[in-house]
Design a protein around this ligand. Structure first.
Ligand SMILES: Cc1cc2nc3c(=O)[nH]c(=O)nc-3n(C[C@H](O)[C@H](O)[C@H](O)COP(=O)(O)O)c2cc1C
Length: 159
């Protein structure tokens, strides 16, 4: 394949370099910042259905993230089943309640106050899909041998 180079038996997709004039760079960086600055942490979700392909594209985008030694130490799981979403909500709320009532320091709770968060997570049942990301500490081959993954939390966190 033209855009692929084999190195040590592994296929590498060629990097397509883009070049811009300083004025274009200035404009593009300003536009990118303006766009990224619109991002918000969402704590309320609509029930409105979302095409499954949108969810799959989101996961494809996330899985293009960098990872330690390119091990991609993650598994994505999509949940749409109402009963499973309910069980996830109950389990999350149990942990969150314990955190808010017994684990978090007064300073932490003070810092959270302006955000208006608490242990209740009704949105886990309202959103049409939940995307669960699991990190994989190691891989297991068919013969049961373990292979290490690297920077697992950082790699999964970036996705
Ligand atoms: C590591 C990390 C942990 C967070 N934990 C929570 C959380 O438990 N609950 C929550 O509602 N928001 C959580 N947030 C979101 C932050 O509160 C949010 O990013 C911050 O208030 C800034 O708001 P913004 O994301 O809308 O810019 C977390 C963010 C990060 C990066």
């Amino acid at each position: 394949m033209q855009n692929t180079k084999i190195i040590d038996g592994y296929p590498f997709i060629r990097y397509k370099k883009e070049t811009y004039t300083p004025a274009e760079m200035q404009k593009r960086s300003q536009d990118f910042y303006t766009w990224m600055d619109q991002r918000r942490t969402a704590r309320d979700f609509s029930k409105k259905p979302v095409p499954r392909e949108v969810i799959e594209n989101i996961i494809l985008t996330a899985s293009s993230a960098p990872s330690g030694a390119h091990k991609q130490p993650w598994t994505f799981c999509i949940v749409s089943n109402a009963q499973i979403k309910k069980e996830i909500r109950l389990a999350a709320e149990k942990e969150e309640r314990e955190s808010y009532e017994n684990r978090m320091s007064d300073e932490w709770l003070d810092d959270l106050r302006p955000l208006g968060t608490d242990w209740q997570k009704p949105f886990l049942e309202i959103a049409p899909y939940l995307i669960i990301i699991f990190s994989r500490s190691y891989e297991t081959t068919d013969n049961g041998k373990k292979h290490q993954n690297y920077y697992v939390k950082e790699s999964t966190g970036i996705t």
